[in-house]
Design a protein around this ligand. Structure first.
Ligand SMILES: CC(C)(COP(=O)(O)OP(=O)(O)OC[C@H]1O[C@@H](n2cnc3c(N)ncnc32)[C@H](O)[C@@H]1OP(=O)(O)O)[C@@H](O)C(=O)NCCC(=O)NCCS
Length: 214
C-alpha cells in the first residue's frame, strides 16, 4: 500500500504512516541506501524488519528526503543533516516517522493483552487513574490506556535518549481521556524536570503516540 496517512500537525511538524503490504523485492527496488544501511539491511534477521526499514525510506521520500539525508548517532537515534528533528518507529505492518522543527519522539505499538501482565514494570503513579478501569474489568479500555502510556514513555525516551532512564521511576504520564487523544507527561531524571505534550491516535489495533518537549 502506498502512504497510509499523513498528519500535518502544525506548520513545522508532519507525521507520516505507512502500511507495509509490499513484498521485500518491491520496496528494495525503489530505495537507494547508503553503505552502512545496506550492510544493516542485509544483517536483519527477519524479512518483516527489512520491509519496515525500507518502508521508512519510502516515508522519507514522501517528506522530501532520502536515506542519505539521515544519519544515526552511537545510541541508534536518527538525525537529519538539515537540522530538523526526526523520530522513527515500526511495529508489525505499520511504520511511521515524525519530522519537526521541535524536539519530538514517536512510537507505534500493537494493543496486546500481554501489556496487562507487564504494566507493573513501566507504570507507577499511573495506577491511580488506571484503577477505575482495572477494577471495573473494563479490559479493553485498560489495554488501550496502558498502550498509550507505554508509547508515551518510549517516545519520551527517544527524545532524551540517555542511559539509566527508567520508564517506571523517571517518566510520569498524567491522567487522560482516550477520546481527547492527548496527555501531559513528565521526565524527572538527574535533577532535571522536562515536560512533554503527548498526542496519540488509534489505527486499527495499533496506538501511535508522539511527544513534543515543551
Ligand atoms: C531504542 C528503543 C527506544 C526502540 O524502540 P522500539 O519500540 O523497540 O522500536 P521502534 O520501532 O518504536 O523504534 C525503533 C527506531 O527507534 C530509533 N531509535 C533507536 N535507538 C534510539 C535511541 N536511543 N534514541 C532515539 N531513537 C532511537 C531508530 O530510528 C529505530 O529504527 P531504525 O533503526 O529502523 O531507524 C527501545 O528499544 C528502547 O531501548 N527502549 C528503552 C528501554 C526501556 O527502558 N524499556 C523499559 C522496560 S520496562
Amino acid at each position: 500500500m502506498p502512504l497510509f496517512k499523513t498528519i500535518n500537525f502544525n506548520s513545522t511538524t508532519q507525521i507520516l504512516i505507512w502500511k507495509i503490504t509490499e513484498p521485500f523485492s518491491e520496496l528494495n527496488q525503489q530505495i537507494v541506501l547508503n553503505e552502512s544501511n545496506q550492510v544493516r539491511l542485509k544483517g536483519m534477521k527477519s524479512e518483516m524488519h527489512q520491509r519496515a526499514f525500507l518502508s521508512v525510506r519510502k516515508l522519507l521520500q514522501k517528506a522530501g528526503y532520502e536515506d542519505l539525508d539521515v544519519y544515526y548517532d552511537t545510541f541508534g537515534k536518527p538525525h537529519l543533516y538539515d537540522g530538523k528533528h526526526i523520530s522513527i518507529t515500526h511495529s508489525h505492518e505499520f511504520s511511521a516517522i515524525i519530522i519537526s522543527d521541535e524536539t519530538v519522539g514517536i512510537d507505534i505499538e500493537l494493543q496486546r493483552v500481554k501489556i496487562m501482565k507487564i504494566a507493573h514494570k513501566f507504570c507507577n503513579s499511573e495506577f491511580q487513574f488506571l484503577a477505575e478501569d482495572s477494577a471495573n474489568e473494563n479490559k479493553q479500555q485498560y489495554i488501550r490506556k496502558l498502550t498509550v502510556i507505554w508509547g508515551a514513555k518510549e517516545a519520551i525516551f527517544k527524545i532524551r535518549n540517555e542511559k539509566g532512564i527508567s520508564f517506571k521511576e523517571h517518566i510520569t504520564v498524567y491522567d487522560f481521556n482516550l477520546n481527547v487523544k492527548q496527555n501531559k507527561s513528565q521526565l524527572h531524571f538527574e535533577n532535571k524536570i522536562q515536560d512533554f505534550a503527548v498526542h496519540f491516535e488509534e489505527i486499527d489495533d495499533f496506538t501511535l503516540v508522539y511527544a513534543f518537549e515543551n
